[in-house]
Structure formats: C-alpha cells, structure tokens
Write a protein that binds this ligand. Structure first.
Ligand code: ATP
Ligand code: MG
Length: 329
C-alpha cells in the first residue's frame, strides 16, 4: 500500500478552504492507502502564538479531524511535537538545504511580508520541517492544497540531493490534489487564498461558524459590479470563488450553477451558497462537540498514535544518522 502523509497547523479554527482543499480528500484516502495525518504544532510556532491558545487549538484540531471522518484506528492521527524525530531530521536536512531555494518559496514571501522586520528563522525554515515530516515516513503521496505544491517539490529536491550524495534513503514524494483540486479564496479579497490565520474574520468561514454567521459572511462576500453569475477567475474572481464553493457543497457543475442563477441577482446566489455551506457544516459541528467534551479520550488517541508514528520515523532517522556520520548506539 502507498503511504499518504498530510498535515494541518493548529494555527486557528479550520476553514472551508482547509476542508474542501485538503481534509475532505483525506477521508476517502483512508480506504486505499496507509495514511498519516498530523496536527503540526511545530509549524504553528513559525509565527507568534499564545501558548494557551495553541494548546487548546491542538485538542480542537484533533477533534475536528475526527469529526470530518479521519479514523484514528485506520490512519495514524497524531501531533507533530509528540514525535521528536521531526525536529532531529529537520536539523540534518537544514544542512542539505540552500538559502536560495528557501528564499523562493511563495508562502515565505507572503507570510514574511506581514511580519515586517521581525521575520523569524523558523518561518524561513518552515519548508525544511515539512520536508522532514514527509520524508520520515517514506511517503508516496502528499495531499495538499495548491498553495503547498512548491513545498512538496522542495522536499523532493532535498531528498534526491541526500540520496545522491549518499545512497537511496528517502522515497521521493509526490503532491496529490483531490478531484476538485479546490483552492478557496478569501471572501473579502478573492485574489488571496482563504487562510485561517487571516486577521479579517470576514475573509474566511470557519468550520465552527454557526449558520447565521456563515450566511452573513457570504452576504458580505466581495463580488463585482456586474450582475451575472458566470465563472471567470480572471475578471470575476469573487463570483467564481463562490461558484466553486457551491460546486464543493452541492456537486453541481459550474455550468449548471450558472443556469440555476440565470436572471437572478447576486443576493439570491450568495444566500444559496451560504445556506449550502451551513448545511454541510452542521453534522461536522455536532460530532466535533461530542468529541471535544472528552479530553481524556483525545489524549489517549494522541498518545497511541504518536507511538505508532514514532516507530516508523525511528527507522528512517537511524538510517539518516548513520549515513550522515553519526554514531548510533
Ligand atoms: P495558515 O494561514 O495558518 O497558514 P492555512 O489556512 O493556510 O493556515 P494550513 O494549516 O497552512 O492552513 O494548511 C492545511 C492544508 O489546507 C494544506 O494542505 C493546504 O494546502 C490547505 N489549504 C489551506 N488554505 C487553503 C485554501 N484556501 N484552499 C484550499 N486548500 C487550502
Ligand atoms: Mg498555510
């Protein structure tokens, strides 16, 4: 069976972007592959975090992943910092990575702009940590949203550099996009991707937003001065984004959506999208509340799954240490 690896940061409440672009695809993959899904708390601290919030969101992240259908008996669902091999391999891979290639990463360019002059080394190094995550488990496929494609390619580059300098050690991973390959944009700035860490909360829809909030956010979504519901990413980015979201919730094609709203205004359209999203979220939220009420259970999942992950990671790490020239005792 192929190995699938993916991670999500406990850096906020998950958005419908995370859901349609990533998590929703993770669920069916559990049947065909050996999957590892990780709450990447080490990645989250590449930007400032309030410790108590980070801890709470790590529990919440685990609960929500289970609520959308990740089964911790089928897949390995764990928290990154519980497996120290991630940080150890990161250091070694740092010594096989170049400043130049990391400087070209668009996520770094985007996120560092927001940090002014206080850009942390961790933010720059983010993709190397991600490479370590993926490579530790000899992953074949990495389901990611489009925004993370570049990072998976970098992981391949670092892996093949290491393999070439020594001998085959890491499997070369491939990015995997779901059937829709959804890239959900901000509701306020449709030129930018929807992000859970956006400071404008109207830009994203959280998986935990109540129906009224969801509908209100869609009502306020930025569109254009036209009136036609038509898909044109270039000239009508706001409307196109809403159509794609509606496609994700209803399964209707873009053409069918255009026909459905022919002659109707944006008001009707936005309301329909909002309602369909609220409807999609309802069962997820119910299950989430049930799971979050039992922290003891969540901790037992964390512990068991960290042990399963650590066993696999250890094998790769020992090989890497040996090839690097360290003494394994
Ligand atoms: P942050 O703003 O803190 O980086 P994020 O919303 O980008 O948060 P991540 O934890 O970085 O979320 O990414 C988790 C997964 O969600 C990744 O696979 C990423 O590709 C995917 N993803 C994130 N945003 C979107 C989006 N707007 N559309 C589709 N997929 C997305
Ligand atoms: Mg991100």
């Amino acid at each position: 069976k192929k190995i699938v690896y993916s991670g999500i940061q406990p850096s906020g409440t998950f958005t419908i972007g995370n859901y349609f672009g990533a998590m929703k695809n993770w669920v069916p993959m559990q049947e065909a592959y050996d999957c590892l899904y990780c709450v990447v708390d080490l990645h989250a601290i590449t930007v400032p975090q309030v410790p108590a919030d980070l801890r709470r969101r790590t529990y919440e992240s685990l609960a929500i992943l289970m609520a959308v259908g990740i089964d911790p008996d089928k897949s390995i669902l764990y928290v990154q910092s519980h497996v120290p091999a991630h940080t150890e391999l990161t250091w070694i891979l740092n010594c096989f990575s170049y400043m130049g290639e990391l400087s070209r990463m668009t996520q770094y360019k985007d996120k560092s702009k927001k940090q002014g002059n206080n850009i942390r080394v961790g933010l720059f190094d983010y993709p190397v940590l991600m490479a370590a995550d993926i490579l530790l488990y000899q992953s074949d496929l990495v389901p990611v949203g489009n925004d993370q494609k570049q990072h998976v390619e970098l992981a391949r580059d670092i892996a093949s550099r290491f393999n070439q300098q020594f001998s085959p050690t890491f499997k070369l991973p491939e990015p995997y996009f779901g059937e829709t390959g959804a890239r959900i944009m901000s509701l306020q700035e449709p030129g930018r991707k929807m992000s859970k860490s956006d400071e404008n909360i109207n830009g994203f829809v959280s998986l935990l937003d109540d129906p009224d909030t969801v509908i209100r956010k869609f009502k306020r979504a930025v569109t254009d001065s036209d009136t036609e519901v038509r898909h044109d990413r270039e000239n009508k980015p706001g409307v196109s984004n809403l159509m794609e979201i509606y496609n994700c919730t209803t399964g209707r094609s873009l053409e069918a959506i255009q026909r459905e709203f022919e002659g109707k205004g944006y008001g009707d359209f936005k309301l329909a999208v909002g309602e369909s999203v609220a409807e999609t979220l309802r069962p997820i939220q119910e299950e989430y509340k049930r799971l979050l009420a039992d922290k003891g259970y969540l901790e037992s999942v964390m512990k068991q799954n960290a042990e399963r992950a650590a066993k696999i990671a250890y094998k790769t790490l020992m090989k890497v240490r040996k090839k690097t020239g360290f003494i394994n005792l």
